[in-house]
Design a protein around this ligand. Structure first.
Ligand SMILES: *Cc1c(COP(=O)(O)O)cnc(C)c1O
Length: 225
């Protein structure tokens, strides 16, 4: 199947309120353009340098989502154009994004990343850490970032029950934060969850943004790892 056919197949199998992020990391511009020409506008990358190189040469109406772990010293490179930063996992990182966004006179949309997987290796905050962030004076004084929801990654496993339970946790965090901190904020609407192997479970647990890579572009080969 071609990229276009795969995109159409995924889009026709998800509800209308769920947006598809085409995760193009490691794949060349030509493949991104193929998806773009089929109407795809949201792309996700997880390396700052790779994202910046692609952004420079690809069409300006692409919405770039940064989905990887972000180091504070690299924030300045993506803040001028990024449309959503998915993986904010500390107050220090959010403060840095706010500081750089102010310099470009932008309000940068971000999601809080939660640790929902059983594996110890995945990044993300606990609910308590997120609450502390939201209650801090520093957060309350930020004018150049906008928190729009939550993000999480489930454990890599075949066990559907476990995956479903982890996505349900993310959904409950979203709902608690919405009622406790964002009740009057119409921008707090997103749950970013679900990848090629588990996006159906994610959608059942409220996902509004699915991040799909290999199911569109095929397997990735990493040159340096
Ligand atoms: C690579 C990546 C994805 C996409 O993974 P696939 O299994 O290829 O769909 C989704 N989310 C994040 C954070 C990623 O790094």
């Amino acid at each position: 199947m071609s990229i276009v056919e795969k995109l159409n197949q995924i889009k026709s199998s998800i509800p209308g309120h769920v947006r598809l992020i085409a995760v193009s990391k490691t794949h060349p511009q030509e493949m991104i353009l193929e998806a773009y020409e089929a109407g795809q506008r949201i792309f996700g990358e997880n390396k700052v340098q790779e994202l910046c190189e692609k952004q420079k040469v690809l069409p300006p109406d692409i919405e770039w989502h940064y989905i990887g772990h972000l180091q504070r010293n690299k924030v300045k490179f993506i803040v001028p154009f990024v449309s959503l930063i998915h993986a904010v996992d500390s107050l220090r990182l959010l403060a840095k994004i706010n500081q750089e966004a102010k310099k470009c006179n932008r309000i940068v949309r971000c999601l809080l990343q939660f640790h929902i997987a059983e594996e110890g290796t995945k990044f993300g905050m606990s609910f308590e850490e997120a609450k502390a962030l939201l209650q801090s004076e520093e957060y309350k004084s930020m004018n150049n970032t906008q928190l729009c929801g939550v993000m999480g990654m489930a454990t890599r496993t075949q066990n559907k029950k476990q995956i479903s339970k982890e996505f349900a946790h993310l959904q409950s965090y979203f709902e608690k934060l919405k009622s406790d901190f964002f009740a009057d904020d119409p921008n707090f609407t997103e749950i970013s969850s679900g990848m090629s192997s588990d996006y159906f479970s994610a959608i059942e647990k409220g996902s509004t943004l699915i991040r799909v890579g290999s199911k569109i572009f095929g397997e990735r080969t990493y040159l340096h790892q």
